[in-house]
Design a protein around this ligand. Structure first.
Ligand SMILES: NC(=O)c1ccc[n+]([C@@H]2O[C@H](COP(=O)([O-])OP(=O)(O)OC[C@H]3O[C@@H](n4cnc5c(N)ncnc54)[C@H](OP(=O)(O)O)[C@@H]3O)[C@@H](O)[C@H]2O)c1
Length: 247
């Protein structure tokens, strides 16, 4: 149990695999009540059962973060069930990497919709509650790719730079409401993220690089650290990557 995590109600998007799933488990172990959103509801329901079996509290709702109402419903149901919302982890993301010349218009739109609009929808859904209670924490998952660009990552990186820009602007704007804002920028981390890469040779070379990945719980630990700090401490950004990752 951690004093500033235990009892908090924490919404996590993209909790059906990878970093989101590891974060749900970790925060629940530390005494948080977790509210889980993703499209694969069967996976979320299995996770909720596991958390409840271990003595925790959780709920799951089928949530597509590109749909603003889905996120509003997730947060509304969370407050109805648990009485409040303290933190949102805007984690859902996709990474269909490709060269710009491949002209993957649909994948560009998907990245913009999930990685940028999804984060904005998450912020919008919790903001009325955070303003009313004059407290809350928004944790947005960016990436090392939100700091550097490489061939095939232009659009993905653009979305992750955008997450950092939105987070920093939001941080400055919400001072009157006592809201904390944290950017978590992971490097290579074990997850299903490369599954959305549709170009076989890009996927093969990324999967080779991803062999150096650190476990998803390493990112969950950083998220837990940011939440666990005293309320007057705002952890603005953490970059975590494998010791062996050069970029
Ligand atoms: N793993 C890494 O190396 C790494 C590095 C830097 C940053 N990140 C970031 O970390 C975050 C988590 O990714 P991950 O690595 O854990 O990958 P992952 O295992 O593929 O998880 C992605 C999650 O996002 C959800 N998701 C995708 N589209 C969604 C949508 N439209 N609505 C709701 N949920 C959606 C997926 O759930 P459903 O498919 O069930 O909806 C899944 O739970 C992402 O923002 C990613 O960009 C990861």
């Amino acid at each position: 149990m951690n004093t500033n995590i235990s009892g908090k109600v924490i919404v996590i998007t993209g909790a059906s695999s990878g970093i989101g799933l590891a974060t749900a488990k970790k925060l629940s172990e530390l005494g948080a009540i977790v509210s889980l959103g993703a499209r694969r509801i069967d996976r979320l329901e299995t996770l909720v059962e596991e958390i409840k079996t271990n003595g925790g509290q959780a709920l799951a709702r089928s949530t597509d973060v590109t749909n603003r109402e889905n996120l509003e419903n997730l947060v509304r149901d969370t407050v109805k069930e648990f009485g409040k919302v303290d933190v949102i982890v805007n984690n859902a993301g996709v990474m269909p990497l490709s060269l710009i010349e491949s002209l993957k218009f649909q994948e560009w739109n998907q990245m913009i919709d999930v990685n940028i609009r999804g984060v904005l929808h998450g912020i919008a859904a919790v903001l009325p509650y955070f303003k009313a209670q004059k407290s809350g924490q928004v944790i947005n998952i960016s990436s090392v790719a939100g700091h550097i660009v490489a061939p095939t990552s232009a659009v993905y990186s653009a979305t992750k730079y955008a997450v950092r820009a939105i987070s920093e602007g939001f941080r400055q704007e919400v001072k009157p409401y006592n809201i904390r804002t944290t950017i978590i920028s992971p490097g290579l981390t074990e997850s299903e993220l490369s599954h959305t890469i549709s170009i076989e040779e890009v996927k093969t070379s990324i999967d080779e690089m991803r062999k150096m990945s650190i476990p998803a719980v390493s990112i969950a630990n950083a998220i837990a650290y940011a939440i666990s700090q005293p309320e007057d401490v705002d952890t603005s950004e953490i970059i975590i990557r494998p010791t062996s990752q050069p970029m």
